[in-house]
Design a protein around this ligand. Structure first.
Ligand SMILES: [Fe+2]
Length: 290
């Protein structure tokens, strides 16, 4: 074999190996349970140790198996969380992003997602917000997602509203907004009627909601988000320069801080466009407040 052929076959081999590794990383066997301790200032004693299970970006579709979604739910349940939050992009059927029959909303993928999440249970309940791909699938899809996951999983939807939750006599507020890219997103509506001193945890699919929070001067203690997929394909030394966020890399994954406010961004469960993840495993998250 001459030098040119050697380089050609080596390069092909490297590409095949990388794609194979990327595919393997996107499978159920590779979901990582990420435990995140989060310090909240002046957290009432009964809320110390409160566990929040966070799952997001399932993207149930022909490239995301129900086994992967179920594996993520199993990991969260293994930690016995007090409350579970689902941060949107339940499906991938977006005609805005994917063309033709690929982009249509297909009810069978929503059914698969609901079945894979049906064993979720938490003493303080299961709450959800919608992501951009849920909205991009059309009004009928939004209705079907809300209806199906309410009935099959017991999800309470936080569409620009809040709930007061109570653990051992101490209360906090869980707020949720529609996707940040939708005109229906309203932080003001979600914050309405909440006592200024209450601990406030905001569920928002897109972490860019931080822009609205900063502009509004609302005090939010913790924001829980997904949307970025952690980059999904993160190249060594290069990272993932194309982020769907006005803040670039700031909210790509993990904990970010804006003064006293913290934002946790999960890498999410599913994949978009191709069943490939590189240096960016699918994630099931359990946050513990202290
Ligand atoms: Fe997503």
């Amino acid at each position: 074999m001459n030098r040119r052929n050697f380089l050609k076959y080596s390069l092909r081999g490297l590409i095949v190996a990388t794609l194979g590794k990327g595919y393997y990383n996107s499978t159920a066997a590779q979901v990582e349970l990420v435990r995140v301790p989060v310090r909240i200032k002046q957290l009432p004693t009964p809320l110390q140790g409160l566990k929040i299970g966070l799952l997001t970006d399932f993207h149930s579709s022909f490239i995301v198996s129900d086994g992967l979604i179920k594996a993520s739910a199993d990991l969260v349940m293994s930690e016995r969380p007090d409350v579970i939050v689902l941060a949107g992009d339940f499906i991938s059927g977006s005609t805005k992003f994917l063309s033709g029959s690929i982009g249509e909303f297909k009810p069978r993928y929503l059914e698969r997602c609901a079945a894979a999440l049906s064993h979720l249970k938490a003493p303080l309940g299961i709450y959800g917000v919608l992501g951009n791909h849920d909205f991009w699938s059309g009004l009928a899809a939004v209705g079907a997602i809300c209806d199906t996951l309410s009935k099959r999983v017991g999800v309470t939807w936080l569409r620009n509203t809040s709930v007061e939750l109570n653990k051992a006599g101490a209360t906090f507020h869980l707020l949720g907004v529609d996707d940040y890219w939708e005109s229906s997103c309203s932080l003001a509506a979600a914050c309405k009627g909440i006592n200024g001193d209450s601990i406030k945890i905001l569920l928002s699919h897109n972490p860019d909601i931080n822009d609205d929070i900063s502009l509004s001067n609302e005090r939010i203690d913790l924001v829980l988000s997904g949307h970025t997929h952690g980059g999904q394909i993160v190249v060594p030394f290069l990272g993932q320069p194309v982020m769907p966020s006005k803040f670039g890399q700031k909210y790509r994954q993990g904990l970010a801080r804006d003064g006293e406010r913290q934002t946790y961004v999960s890498r999410g469960v599913g994949c978009l466009l191709a069943p490939i993840r590189l240096n960016c495993m699918p994630e099931a998250t359990v946050l513990t407040l202290f």
